[in-house]
Design a protein around this ligand. Structure first.
Ligand code: SAM
Length: 215
């Protein structure tokens, strides 16, 4: 309990110091984490899988992932924030379900756009706050998602509800152009590849989880 309060406070500090990349006031709820991992939970338990988590922060979604991993699976985490990387490393050392999968897990301290994988992944699970980024960075990152995914693999990412529709109504000029371009990039992907959308109301703020399958 005390640990999770510390993680909340660490997250809030990063929200204040690095708003653009942290992108939220609080870590995701366990309801959002469960939705983010619904396809990993449904995988064939006999076949080893490769899982990539992007932007794990203090690890609420990671916590759900580590509980679903099996021997033979591979788990990579890509996080650019030094303070979050330290928290994740501590959790892999100290928490039972995390330390059980430590040997098959690697934290990569770098931005996803600079990450090179040796092999593609069955599951890419991303918590990146794409609505905060410049549109060309969103294009680079979403290209990376699909480059890193195997054909038939699943991408799951969350976004806070109604952020783009509301921003499109209340902004002008360059900001309107930015949010419209991001909306068009993400909507095109969803139209072509979405298999499911979850609505998670118990989260700060409520969120949609988009699940896409690479053809
Ligand atoms: C909205 S927080 C989500 C954190 C966590 N997954 C959760 O659900 O609470 C976004 C996270 O993405 C990380 N991040 C932002 N840009 C990134 C990038 N380009 N590459 C890797 N991580 C990034 C931030 O440092 C932060 O940990």
């Amino acid at each position: 309990m005390q640990k999770s309060i510390q993680n909340y406070l660490a997250f809030f500090r990063q929200f204040r110091q690095k708003f653009e990349t942290t992108g939220a006031v609080a870590p995701s709820s366990r309801f959002l984490a469960t939705a983010m991992t619904r396809y990993l939970a449904a995988r064939d338990p006999e076949t080893p899988v490769r899982v990539l988590e992007i932007g794990p922060g203090t690890g609420p979604v990671t916590d759900s992932i580590v509980n679903l991993l099996r021997p033979g699976d591979r788990f990579d985490l890509v996080e650019l924030n030094d303070e979050f990387v330290e928290i994740l490393e501590q959790r892999f050392q100290k928490e039972t379900s995390w330390s059980a999968v430590r040997q098959q897990s690697t934290i990569h301290r770098l931005p996803i756009q600079a990450f090179q994988a040796t092999e593609p992944y069955d599951f890419v699970i991303s918590g990146l706050p794409l609505n905060n980024f410049p549109a060309d960075l969103v294009k680079t990152i979403t290209d990376a998602y699909f480059r890193l995914l195997k054909p038939g693999g699943t991408l799951s990412y969350f976004e806070y509800m109604y952020v783009r529709p509301v921003r499109k109504k209340v902004t002008h000029g360059a900001e309107l152009q930015r949010i419209t371009t991001i909306d068009s990039i993400l909507s095109d992907h969803c139209r072509a590849m979405r298999i499911h959308r979850d609505s998670v109301w118990i989260n700060i703020p409520p969120a949609w989880v988009q699940h896409l399958r690479k053809p």
